[in-house]
Design a protein around this ligand. Structure first.
Ligand code: BGC
Length: 830
């Protein structure tokens, strides 16, 4: 007998060993969810340019145009009961049996359910009483709309008469005021209906030049736009009154909460299949072209867009276009390692997640509400390394946007808004690691593309016209910002925080209404210094020097080098604690991350950056530091941020000690910084250890413990609860995290060791000694390299022989050919 979802639930509860909720379909690049009751909504993202949607495995989520705060099309309720309320829902009334293809919101037990999350598309299929309803959701390339193709198939031997209701709820554009300003919102809502299209035109009569629409490609039996009529005031999403009664009421919303619901009658003969195409779209009109006639909006653009996708055949062509777009993106770096979990992460999911962080930075996910943070300065620079090989031209634009929010002294806005691209005043500046990341982003871009011309681009400060200097100058002021802000030990002053937003050494806050990030109750005369920025400065300072030499600026190169040498000395003298690198000095000049401390004796960040910089490698400091990390910070689920965890609030440390032990920055496994240790391990040649750390937090390897892990098994989460937590191993904050790019960077460039440099690809793997080898195909600067790494001697690191197109080479740097050809590269370790 076929298992219904309900049976499956019981089975699941009684059989704790079943921890999976689906499986990977690598051929189609999909994760297939077979049980809708995942431990947390498992989501996907649609769109990758201007129009975006979040969609969960039960069709929850919302859509927006460019900016999740200022142009929210549909309403979503974060942190609701039940979780994941609101989305694009289809209700099927099959002669009294009411169900939804995604199980939610009706939760009628289905005969089968399957959700496939793919590259910027999702399909959700449900089956009930002989009817299969399959929905394909995606945003076609270059389109400001989400297409929803609903395919209904009658598998039964009887004629089926179905009444279909669609549903979305409009947001009043600004997602923040949408949630608070009800005295206004309840009076402003306006809609317009023409044919099968429902237009949302709230505030269009005044300052907005944009509206949204929801259409279907067949005549409708009716519609509804008044929410309370559709649901009944006291009903939930699971029992809309109109659906239960099977009849639309053609309501026109005036104020309150406008929605859009079509009602369509579909008759299916046995075996018959029918398609309906819905579109949820966004239109902007020029100020003088807003109206068709008084109060009637100009619909020309909407109609044009609807027409492009008004048949299933047109939709299928657009969908094929999206798929080949992804074929192309993912063809730049492909791995054949013989380990399917590793291959699927490197070839598919990790790269996909990097693209998503490119689009959203830290703005909109199921943990980021889309109204809080915009694009982070440091975040966006780090994200870059994960997608620069896929979309270099967009990485270029991003670098210019980021640099435009810098100040003349090298300081930077910590965040900027994607719609305006302007720095976010609410958070301001003062995070002293920010500037150095611009060097990382820019040099990574040039190493990938060879495009030195970007350095000559005229880029303003703080977006102020007339202040433009070259991008190279921005890098110089970035470098100098550290040099000009040194503390008593010659180490970088931390400012409000370094990479660790929660180590707020000048905050000193007793007031719960103050933000840890923006409050500096005590910064005058602060002695708070960061060893993390010190290491970062050495790593990207060297990158700056290398760049200066490249462009012939030897004077700047040698003066910068002196600052780096001085910093290295300062780290060795004042930053070494005996067994590991210190984390910081606090406001008073006391050590943080030292054996002398009672709690927080050792931290991950400074040990990551100082070993990445190879500081004291010859004297054995790196090895010692990494051994201490292993001994004190490693646990079953990854490397925790600090140890021992803070068990009380330290006013002189700030937010870090506000978290309960084991969570977030207080001894959580912050997956973003684990790769820093992995890279450190590769610097000293310990491939096995680097790999073991990689595997521990890599989602595909955690699929079997999905129950515990909770978040999606196809993407990284920002944090996994650490060993001191109540539930070690439980992850939070999936999708939008620098973890994506850092793990991709680490596995591809340091473990597999394929590194773009100014003059070519350097191949310098650092792998577990029992790996026999692997193959990578890398498209790079106009040629394709088929690289085969062999490890006959069973070692971790060291290249003995390199052969390119049959010719032995003298170094492991594969010179550029740029001739559009394919090249066979054999690399023998030994
Ligand atoms: C932020 C990063 C920060 C990290 C550590 C993340 O949530 O996006 O900018 O470096 O937390 O605090």
């Amino acid at each position: 007998m076929k298992e219904t979802i309900k049976d499956f639930d019981v089975y699941h509860k009684n059989n704790k060993q079943i921890m999976k909720f689906g499986y990977f379909d690598d051929k189609n690049r999909e994760y297939v969810i077979t049980n809708p009751q995942t431990p947390w909504p498992w989501i996907n993202y649609l769109g990758n340019e201007d129009f975006f949607s979040l969609i969960s495995n039960t069709a929850g989520g919302y859509s927006f145009y460019k900016d999740a705060k200022f142009r929210r099309l549909t309403r979503y309720r974060y942190n609701n009961v039940p979780m994941d309320s609101g989305g694009r829902y289809f209700y099927i009334n099959d002669e009294g049996t009411i169900w939804s293809p995604g199980w939610k919101p009706c939760k009628t037990p289905l005969d089968s359910y399957e959700c496939r999350h793919g590259m910027n598309y999702t399909t959700i299929q449900g089956e009930k009483n002989g009817v299969i309803a399959k929905t394909l959701f995606f945003v076609p390339l270059k389109t400001w709309a989400e297409v929803q193709k609903l395919t209904l198939t009658n598998k039964s031997s009887a004629v089926k008469k179905l009444t279909i209701f669609s549903f979305v709820e409009w947001a009043m554009w600004n997602a923040a005021t949408d949630m608070e300003n009800f005295q206004r919102n309840f009076s402003t809502g306006e809609v317009e209906i023409e044919g099968s299209v429902i237009y949302h035109k709230t505030e269009y009569r005044e300052r907005r030049n944009h509206y949204a629409y929801y259409s279907v490609n067949v005549p409708v039996k009716g519609f509804d736009t008044d929410r309370e009529t559709f649901f009944g005031l006291y009903n939930g999403f699971d029992e809309p009154q109109v659906v239960t009664e099977g009849k639309p009421t053609n309501t026109i919303a005036h104020g309150w909460s406008p929605i859009a619901s079509h009602c369509i009658e579909v008759e299916l003969q046995p075996g018959e299949e029918k398609n309906l195409v819905f579109m949820l779209g966004y239109v902007e009109n020029a100020g003088d072209k807003k109206w068709e006639s008084k109060d009637i909006i100009n619909k020309t653009k909407a109609k044009k867009c609807i027409e492009l996708f008004d048949t299933a055949a047109k939709v299928d062509i657009a969908f094929a276009g999206l798929r080949s777009y992804w074929d192309n993106l993912l063809s730049v770096y492909t791995l054949d390692s013989g380990d399917e979990k590793l291959d699927r992460m490197v070839n598919i999911w990790n790269q996909y997640q990097c693209m998503i962080t490119f689009c959203f930075s830290r703005s909109a996910s199921y943990f980021e509400s889309g109204i809080g943070r915009g694009m982070g300065f440091r975040d966006s620079n780090q994200d870059l390394i994960g997608f620069v090989h896929q979309i270099p031209e967009r990485a270029r634009e991003r670098i210019i946007d980021i640099a435009s929010t810098q100040f003349p002294d090298g300081g930077c806005y910590h965040q900027y808004q994607p719609l305006t691209k302007k720095g976010n005043n609410e958070i301001g500046q003062g995070f002293n690691d920010d500037p150095m990341w611009l060097i990382f982003g820019t040099t990574s871009y040039i190493k990938e593309t060879g495009d030195f011309s970007i350095l000559n681009e005229a880029v303003p400060y703080d977006n102020k016209p007339g202040t433009e200097v070259t991008l190279f100058r921005h890098l110089t002021v970035s470098f100098n910002h550290v040099v000009n802000n040194l503390g008593p030990h010659g180490l970088p002053l931390i400012g409000r925080a370094d990479w660790n937003d929660c180590l707020n050494l000048n905050c000193f806050s007793y007031d719960p209404n103050e933000s840890f990030q923006t409050t500096e109750n005590k910064s005058e005369g602060s002695k708070a210094e960061s060893l993390m920025i010190a290491g970062l400065f050495v790593v990207y300072g060297r990158a700056y020097v290398e760049l200066c030499l490249r462009i012939g600026n030897t004077k700047e190169a040698s003066s910068a080098q002196k600052h780096i040498d001085t910093m290295i000395e300062a780290i060795k003298t004042h930053g070494w604690d005996g067994e590991w690198f210190l984390r910081a000095y606090d406001y008073f000049g006391n050590k943080i991350g030292s054996n002398e401390n009672e709690e927080g004796k050792i931290f991950i960040e400074s040990n990551g950056w100082c070993t990445m910089a190879g500081i004291g490698k010859e004297e054995g400091l790196c090895e010692k530091a990494l051994n201490s990390v292993k001994e004190r910070l490693e646990c079953e689920h990854g490397i925790v941020l600090n140890n021992p965890a803070f068990t009380k609030y330290y006013i002189e440390y700030g937010e870090i000690s506000s978290y309960p032990p084991g969570y977030k920055e207080n001894a959580g496994i912050f997956c973003h910084n684990n790769p820093w240790i992995m890279i450190g391990e590769t610097i000293i040649g310990r491939g096995r250890q680097a790999w073991e750390y990689y595997r521990k937090i890599c989602p595909a390897y955690l699929e079997e413990v999905s129950d515990l892990h909770k978040t999606e098994p196809y993407v990284y989460s920002q944090m996994i609860a650490g060993k001191d937590a109540f539930k070690p191993g439980e992850a939070k904050n999936s999708w939008l995290t620098g973890t994506a790019s850092w793990n991709f960077y680490t596995i591809t460039q340091f473990i597999l060791g394929v590194q773009p440099e100014y003059d070519g690809l350097r191949i310098d793997p650092c792998i577990p000694d029992d790996w026999k080898g692997f193959k990578v195909t890398r498209k790079y600067r106009g040629a394709t390299y088929h690289i085969e790494v062999q490890n006959p001697a069973g070692i971790s690191k060291g290249v003995k022989e390199v052969i390119v197109d049959g010719k032995p080479q003298t170094s492991n740097l594969i010179p550029l050919s740029g001739n559009g050809l394919e090249h066979a590269v054999t690399v023998v370790l030994g």
